[in-house]
Write a protein that binds this ligand. Structure first.
Ligand code: GTP
Length: 390
């Protein structure tokens, strides 16, 4: 029996996602047409033996979240529950705090997924690796170039055994091109090191209090555990942490622009995983050209062209513009006024006119990314395009 935990953070997290996260909690923000964490839940639900999915965060459980949980339970026929932390407990504190709920029923292992990642979630492959050789911690890793790697948790592995020998979160100098994807498989024994960190933090705190040295800035908060620094860095090289390398799609979703990039990656997979979510060639329906379609109701300026932009990147000026851009990826998006510049090479550049002169000017259009050329170009951590800056 298996479980999965999705770390969804809370209102003070994901600040780079503002102002979009003011309207909808970041974990529910649509990426490729469905809430960000639905991709995670779909992947977990496909793992044989998955018993329960727990969302851990410090959001107040509001209407959209409650509604999402109900819908997800029905759709996937699995318990999907939200566990609210009493305060932000970091990436590991919630796992320890809710350990009894996670371990209830005796799972063989549990997945831990950061909410703000886009991936094809090779969970079954991770499980196979875990079953071949059980260790407390299995991290999904991928590769990045030297510069990009500095923005992530960096892993030095033993290439023969894949043991994590050294782990540094966002190093200031190059350590390794293998980075942490924020997707893990933990065995129940993983909670012991978390307990050690918890107890050590408590003891240190007591000591400081006794010495009169406590100050709010000194301690991040009772119960806080940073999985990356307190556990992975501390335990690297002790035979407890291993890495499973993937060359599947992966990106982080930290800013609205990177959500757009993630949408592109997921849309590229829909051809194989969810063709029903893609716009179709139908008589009188949208004309699909490359990655975009132009809805029949769209009025396209005669001078408009859809152009490929070498080394394209996403830029935007305001959330209003972004809403416009966003509709490119949502087949259900309402009429928008869009400036769009992109190509069918999969290297699109979307821009509201204020940043670079638009090549295409579409009014009242549904412009949707609809098709991709396959996954080849997305392979590798951040792909040959270098991914999206965070
Ligand atoms: P930043 O660059 O600062 O965003 O750091 P990061 O990329 O390492 O991400 P971070 O550690 O902030 O978050 C990783 C994942 O853990 C995200 O999915 C967050 O939503 C989640 N997370 C972060 N802090 C907390 C927390 O206090 N509680 C819970 N439950 N989840 C958290």
């Amino acid at each position: 029996m298996l479980k999965a935990v999705i770390l969804i953070g809370g209102p003070q997290k994901g600040t780079r996602f503002r102002p979009l996260s003011f309207e909808v909690p970041k974990p529910l923000f649509p990426v490729a047409g469905v809430p960000m964490i639905q991709h995670h839940i779909e992947a977990c639900a496909q793992v044989p033996g998955m018993q329960e999915i727990l969302l851990i965060g410090f959001y107040q459980p509001d209407e959209p979240l409650t509604q999402f949980l109900e819908t997800a339970q029905q759709e996937f026929n699995l318990p999907v529950r939200y566990l609210q932390e009493f305060a932000p407990l970091g990436t590991g504190g919630g796992l320890y705090h809710f350990r009894d709920q996670i371990l209830a029923g005796g799972p063989e292992a549990f997945f831990v997924l950061n909410a703000d990642v886009c991936s094809d979630f090779p969970l079954n492959a991770m499980l196979d690796a875990h079953r071949r050789q059980r260790h407390p911690f299995l991290l999904l890793g991928t590769t990045a170039n030297r510069t990009q790697s500095l923005n992530y948790g960096c892993i030095v592995e033993n290439p023969q055994t894949h043991e994590v020998l050294h782990y540094v979160e966002k190093p200031s100098t190059f350590i390794s091109d293998i980075i942490n994807c924020g997707i893990y498989l933990f065995s129940p024994e993983a909670l012991k090191p978390l307990r050690d960190v918890f107890q050590r933090n408590q003891q240190d705190r007591q000591l400081c209090l006794a010495l009169g040295e406590d100050s709010p800035g000194l301690w991040p908060g009772a119960g806080t555990i940073r999985l990356e620094q307190d556990v992975f860095s501390a335990l690297a090289g002790q035979g407890q942490i291993y890495v499973y390398l993937t060359d599947g799609i992966w990106s982080q979703i930290k800013s609205a622009g990177s959500a757009l990039y993630a949408s592109r990656l997921y849309l590229g997979r829909y051809e194989f995983t969810h063709p029903e979510r893609l716009a179709k060639h139908t008589p009188g329906g949208p004309q699909i050209r490359g990655n975009v379609y132009i809805h029949p109701t769209a009025k396209v300026a005669p001078s408009a062209v859809v152009a490929s932009v070498p080394g394209g990147d996403w830029t935007w000026g305001s959330s209003k513009s972004l809403q416009g851009l966003w509709s490119m990826f949502l087949p259900t998006a309402g009429p928008q006024r869009l400036h769009w510049e992109g190509g069918d090479s999969g290297r699109g550049c979307a821009s509201p006119g204020e940043h670079c002169p638009p090549r295409s000017h579409v009014t009242g259009a549904h412009v949707c990314s609809a098709q991709h050329r396959g996954l080849g170009e997305h392979r590798g951590a951040l792909g040959p395009r270098g991914g999206y800056r965070q």
